[in-house]
Write a protein that binds this ligand. Structure first.
Ligand code: PLP
Length: 451
């Protein structure tokens, strides 16, 4: 491979949709920038793949050395509609030229209201709803908890094993995994309790209702419904390892919450907006959460998040109790409206399902000949493999790291996750084409073969 002169590429779907390496990965310019990063950026802010981005669109990302990488991560499930999707770019440019900020709490604007109307319409259930907008997933989760506490006048909150809800103080407390998310950052917010999840691959023989009964029994004994404001759960766990609970688990928890005046909060930050082949993952099991938290895919890459839910619950906090300087920023709202238009009218739900079928088919084939792939799971464009020692079934984080590193070196962006660090997850943009997916999976297969 030789280094070439790089003309600045434009992002969006105009980029050539083909993996092409012109230097080793990372190349010299990325390495130079990483050196500058080390001197300027706090060490705690890690980078999975030490490559600097020049442009991205469709299913590829072009780095500053001119390498075109296949994007199987979407910036952690954000660019569902594609990077620099034309509708999003146009909406953002138009909004930037009108005004960039007024603070919705000072003088309002229609984009904020329109996003709330869209969320009220799109989230599960046809009851009367209200929404509030924020900036990040963690901020929205925190606000969902505030709202639930205000409504129920109770304080305890239950989260689950393997949960990930963010990096702020309250969401660290809700998050299960210590390293790297929590270690050394305590003390954490009080009145957070943890319950066991349904994890079919590791839950010997427990079906969904049985796993729910186990969780409910623990909650009743260790917390007490009379003290419990909310249960917070990801319908498919993201950072925890793409764990899809056994059928019946989520509906049983929802039913128990309803009977016990406990607010059921679905954290759809990673699973929302067509990622799993439905607009929201809650729909796969027909559950209707009291509050739904969204972020990531909502705005095509601009920072926006939301809490949407039953009007009576959402309206419980007093005026001025919710908000923030930037929450529902007009540029992010314009981007969200364009992204939502694309989710609803560009066939992206069907595309996510087709991507899932392709990924599951290829990965199950790989699993047939490779007992290190303990489990293949997920829904739509949110699929993962769990890597284990075939003799003991123990998680193999070292193998997982080697496979991911080999994929990166060959120009395929894959992300790892899981409590045990042994899961490789596939979260491609829904704008990716089949040829790129096949090429990416060929690289994953080769990486497994050589690891
Ligand atoms: C399920 C879930 N909740 C919350 C968050 C936190 O979102 P953010 O990083 O935008 O704060 C994430 C981020 O990965 C997530 O996956």
């Amino acid at each position: 491979m030789s280094s070439t002169t790089v003309t600045t590429p434009r992002g969006g779907p105009g980029l050539e949709q083909r993996r092409r390496l012109v230097t080793e990965v990372p190349g010299p310019r990325s390495r130079e920038l990483m050196e500058r990063k080390r001197g300027a950026v706090a060490a705690g802010v890690g980078v999975s793949l030490p490559v600097f981005t020049e442009a991205a669109g469709g299913g590829v990302l072009v780095d500053v050395d001119g390498n075109t990488l296949i994007d199987l991560g979407s910036g952690i499930a954000v660019t569902g509609v594609g990077n620099s999707a034309p509708g999003v770019v146009e909406a953002v440019v138009e909004q930037v030229q009108r005004f960039t900020h007024s603070c919705f709490m000072i003088t309002a604007y229609d984009g904020y209201v329109e996003v709330c109307e869209a969320l009220n319409r799109l989230t599960p259930g046809d009851h009367d709803k209200r929404s509030a907008l924020f900036n990040t997933g963690a901020e929205a989760v925190e606000n969902a908890v505030k709202i639930a506490r205000s409504y129920t006048r109770k304080s305890a909150v239950v989260a689950f094993d393997h949960a990930y809800h963010g990096r702020t103080n309250l969401t660290m407390a809700l998050t299960a995994k210590s390293m790297p998310y929590k270690s050394g950052f305590g003390p954490f917010a009080p009145e957070i309790y943890r319950a066991p999840l349904s994890y079919p691959y590791r839950d010997a023989g427990l079906d969904g209702p049985q796993a729910a009964a186990r969780a409910i029994s623990q909650i009743e004994k260790q917390v007490g419904a009379a003290n419990l404001a909310a249960v917070v759960i990801e319908p498919i766990q993201g950072e925890g390892g793409f764990i899809v609970p056994a059928p019946g688990f989520l509906p049983a928890i929802v039913a128990w919450c309803r009977e016990n005046d406990v607010v059921f909060i679905a954290d759809e930050v990673q699973t929302g907006f067509a990622r799993t082949g439905r607009m929201f993952a809650s729909e796969h099991e027909g559950i209707v959460p009291d509050l739904v938290v969204t972020a990531k895919g909502i705005a095509g890459g601009l920072p926006l998040s939301a809490v949407t839910g039953r009007a009576a619950i959402m309206d419980a906090p007093h005026v001025g109790g919710l908000g923030g300087t930037y929450g529902g920023n007009p540029i992010a709202c314009a981007a969200a409206l364009a992204a939502i238009e694309s989710f609803e009218h560009d066939g992206l739900l069907e595309r996510a399902t087709a991507i899932g079928d392709l990924l599951l088919g290829r990965l199950h084939d790989l699993q047939q000949g490779d007992p290190r792939i303990g489990d293949v799971r997920g829904r739509g464009a949110m699929i993962a493999i769990e890597l284990v020692d075939p003799l003991t079934g123990e998680p193999d984080a070292a193998l997982t790291g080697r496979v991911a590193a080999a994929c990166h070196a060959e120009g395929v962006i894959v992300l790892t996750c899981g409590t045990f660090g042994n899961v490789i997850r596939f979260l491609p943009p829904l704008a990716i084409d089949d040829a790129l997916l096949h090429d990416g999976l060929d690289v994953v297969a080769a990486a497994l073969g050589s690891a």
